[in-house]
Every structure is written in C-alpha cells, then in structure tokens.
Design a binder for this molecule. Structure first.
Ligand SMILES: [Zn+2]
Length: 68
C-alpha cells in the first residue's frame, strides 16, 4: 500500500543517460535515412529487407557514417 509506482527513486548522479540527438541511421543498401526502430536496429529498411537481392550493385562513393 505504501509503494507508489509513480514515485520511483531518481537515478544516481552520473548514471543518468546523456541526452543527445539520435544519430541518423541509414539503410545499408539504399542509404536512405531510417526512422522505424526495427529498421534502425537492422540498419536495413523494410523497403530493402522485403526487396529481392539486387544483382551487381557497385558502390563507389560511400559516405562515412559519423559517430560510429
Ligand atoms: Zn533501403
């Protein structure tokens, strides 16, 4: 009765996760920015995950991904 789930202890100093802008995750195939969490996790958009494997894809200019 005395435990209120709305009153949880605050995180200890120094353990709080820093707030920073979410890095842009791009599809490893078409390099489009991904927004869906599962797509970002896979680094592969659904549009490419569902698409059949492309044949002969030449990647010449590949941008460096910052922050990884
Ligand atoms: Zn894609």
């Amino acid at each position: 009765m005395s435990t209120d789930p709305k009153h949880t202890e605050p995180p200890l100093p120094g353990t709080a996760v820093e707030r920073r802008p979410a890095p842009v995750v791009r599809c490893r195939r078409c390099h489009r920015p991904l927004h869906a969490p599962e797509s970002r996790w896979e680094k592969l958009g659904r549009h490419c995950a569902d698409a059949p494997e492309q044949t002969r894809v030449y990647v010449i200019d590949q941008d460096e991904l910052p922050g990884i």
